[in-house]
Design a protein around this ligand. Structure first.
Ligand SMILES: [Zn+2]
Length: 717
């Protein structure tokens, strides 16, 4: 069987979210022309659920009153197909009219009080009830698919609207639904409802592909910026990966942009972590929910679009209302640019596979058990901060869910960064231990946010043994951390002055304690060498070193009046904070606290520098990519059919972005074998040939100038 048309593509989906009144006099050919003009390959059309866009035979599936008996869906599908535009039918089974509630109260969600759950005039249906399954939803999906031959479905609202206490749920759970964490069955209940939603969607997927194996099935899932909403709905990405053809994740609203610039990339990477070879789609939320008619600044939308491409994700763009009725004249032109560039770069983007040097463990299981709620707090904040720090240092990072840790998956990465070990399963600990013993490098942080205050949860014994110290549970605080004079062991990356290299622990410490440092003076500062007292804003775990432990950072209390040069020697000497231990063929680099949240909260580069040094320490080979790009430029790298492609996304400017400040020149140093040809491809500009300096197993390329976004496309020469 031929592979489905969408299988390897980064999709370009446009969603004109028409209001009911707009359907009344809808000009079908005008709408299709508008969609084609914006370079979309598929368009989302509201088709059924609360109301139908066609005369339906399914009971309770009434046609939108505004359109009379007109078969609008049929008209749109044939007009679109005549011009090779694909149609994705949007369905919404999350709520129904009062009439349905009155005849089938058993289909609806109940609050703990027994009352029905409502949203304005509508009643909220239960994902397990007959309405969302065999009695209504499945017949509607079959009718639309078989009658109109649509190219796919988009499910509007996924999962629960909070905890449901209806009879169907009670029966399916197999006992009374608990009301809070104090009840013993709570964790089991939370796991059950996530699996229930995944099963329900898998049955939709099965129904749809049974009729049309090439059909897309997607839904707008909640992104990592909003864990509270995802929890309420019981949307759990690792369980949902096989329930859809693509994971479509909603990210990038102007409000969450203030807490992180990485939501889009993070969402795409999380999707890749559960389904490595399938390109996800980013549904860019273009509006502040309070002002749905106002678009975000054009440069901000472009920034998110390009970040999606850089992470191997397609784009879904939405407008509130039809293209012809946009009150902001800038709306449509803004949407066109990324789509047009995607079309031009189709050959490079198709089947593109991200390249990673480092694996960051994403402890989703720990998030649930450590009860972190907000996306920037606690252990979630720690992980978000680590991700941001890795990005700032241009380290090619891929994600690995904690529940998927296996020896095989770990071997995909040269280095593993683990934000906490206290919640890991026995199997995961075993896999990590052998990963290290067989030559892997483990950067282990010990985020205090993973433990209930005020102490730390016990460190798994096998890992404590690798660290080779006495690891207690006592939490301590100190104002600073400071490097020690001791050089940690481990081979160093070969030094060459001509290119930027990540710094190793040894290099930084060595610099701190040499005469060279004193002589360099301001020059050293300008080159970003050395490291001074770093604020320690979180508690750390107290560990007791044994003989031969290589400690790199210690807690320190500095007296304010003393000059830093003197205080270095005078005030070090408290608890070990960061140490390096050789274990088997590998290395474990352990920090007795987290660095991510401190980085997120203070923005001090030092935390990122320490993390980078922990990662590059002990490496005998260079990473796939080295660059001197400023930290405001995101750099990712991927394989494409004929070589590799480096994506450069420029975020230099305010949040939200008004216009990125051009930067450059940027030097890239890539792993590459043989002669190379490189092209600089940027939106709105003709491709430009870049000179390649080939060296043994590497190629160096200089990008003269970067505006909003560019791809450096490298192929064999
Ligand atoms: Zn229910």
């Amino acid at each position: 069987m031929a592979k489905a048309w969408w299988r390897k593509r980064l999709l370009r989906i446009y969603h004109p979210d028409a209001r009911e009144g707009e359907f009344r006099e809808l000009n079908v050919s005008g709408l299709i022309a508008d969609c084609l003009a914006m370079q979309a390959e598929a368009v989302v059309i509201r088709a059924g659920g609360i109301y139908a866009l066609y005369p339906s035979r399914v009971p309770y599936h009434e046609i939108i009153p505004a359109i009379g008996q007109r078969d609008l869906l049929g008209e749109i599908v044939s007009a679109a197909h005549a011009r090779s535009l694909r149609v994705i039918a949007e369905v919404d089974f999350s709520r129904a009219r009062e009439e349905v509630w009155l005849t089938h109260p058993e289909w609806f969600q109940r609050l703990a009080s027994g009352e029905v759950a409502r949203d304005g005039a509508y009643y909220l249906t239960c994902p397990l009830g007959g309405y969302q399954n065999a009695d209504f939803a499945l017949p509607v999906l079959r009718e639309i698919s078989s009658r109109y031959g649509v190219d796919g479905f988009l499910l509007k609202t996924v999962g629960f609207a909070g905890y449901c206490y209806c009879d169907t749920c009670v029966a399916a759970f197999g006992g009374p639904i608990p009301t809070g964490p104090s009840q013993g069955s709570w964790e089991q209940f939370l796991r059950w409802r996530m699996q229930a939603v995944a099963n329900q969607l898998a049955s939709y997927h099965g129904t749809i592909t049974e009729l049309n194996p090439e059909s897309i099935f997607v839904a707008e899932l909640v992104g990592p910026q909003d864990p509270v909403r995802a929890h309420k709905a019981a949307q759990y990405l690792p369980a949902l990966a096989r329930s859809f053809s693509h994971l479509v994740i909603t990210v990038g609203d102007p409000v969450s942009a203030r807490s992180s610039r990485w939501w889009v990339g993070l969402a795409a990477d999380l999707a890749r972590a559960v389904r490595r070879k399938r390109s996800p789609v980013i549904n860019i939320a273009r509006h502040d929910p309070s002002f749905p008619r106002a678009s975000m600044p054009p440069a901000e939308f472009a920034f998110y679009s390009y970040q999606a491409l850089a992470h191997g994700a397609g784009i879904k763009a939405t407008t509130t209302g039809l293209p012809s009725s946009q009150s902001d004249p800038r709306t449509m032109p803004i949407l066109v640019e990324p789509f047009r560039f995607m079309r031009e770069q189709d050959e490079v983007l198709e089947g593109m596979m991200p390249i990673y040097d480092v694996g960051l463990i994403w402890p989703e299981t720990a998030f649930h058990r450590a009860f972190c709620q907000e996306a920037t707090d606690g252990l979630r904040g720690e992980c978000l901060g680590l991700y941001a720090a890795l990005k700032a240092k241009h380290i090619l990072v891929g994600l690995l869910y904690d529940e998927f840790i296996t020896a095989k998956r770990l071997r995909n990465f040269g280095v593993i960064v683990l934000p906490t070990a206290v919640w890991l399963s026995g199997e995961a600990i075993e896999a990590l231990t052998s990963y290290v013993l067989e030559g892997g490098r483990l950067v282990l942080l010990d985020s205090p946010s993973a433990s209930p205050d005020p102490g730390f949860l016990p460190m798994p014994e096998a890992l404590a043994e690798l660290i080779g110290t006495e690891v207690g549970v006592e939490a301590r605080i100190a104002p600073y951390m400071l490097p020690t004079a001791q050089l940690p062991p481990g081979p160093q990356i070969e030094k060459r002055k001509s290119r930027p290299l990540p710094r190793t622990l040894s290099e930084i410490i060595h610099y701190n304690w040499t005469r060279e440092a004193a002589q360099d003076g301001l020059l050293g500062v300008r080159l970003g060498r050395g490291l001074g007292p770093v604020p320690l804003t979180l508690p750390y775990r107290r560990i007791k070193e044994k003989d031969g432990t290589h400690v790199w950072l210690r807690s320190a209390r500095l007296q304010e009046a003393i000059r830093p040069v003197e205080s270095n020697t005078a005030e070090i000497g408290e608890d070990p904070l960061l140490l390096v231990a050789l274990a088997g063929q590998g290395l474990i680099i352990y920090a007795a606290t987290g660095l991510g949240r401190m980085y997120l909260e203070t923005g001090y580069e030092d935390y990122a520098t320490i993390l980078e040094a922990m990662i590059s320490h002990g490496s005998t080979i260079k990473p796939y990519l080295l660059t001197d790009a400023p930290s405001s430029v995101e750099v990712t790298m991927a394989h494409w059919k004929l070589g590799v492609v480096v994506h450069l996304v420029n975020a230099a400017g305010p949040v939200p972005l008004d216009a990125p400040a051009p930067v450059g020149p940027i030097e890239l140093d890539l792993a590459w074998d043989g002669p190379a040809v490189a092209h600089l491809c940027a939106p709105g500009a003709a491709p430009q040939v870049l000179r390649c300096h080939e060296e043994w197993n590497r190629v160096r390329i200089t990008v003269p100038r970067l505006n909003a976004y560019a791809q450096v496309v490298v192929r064999s020469g």
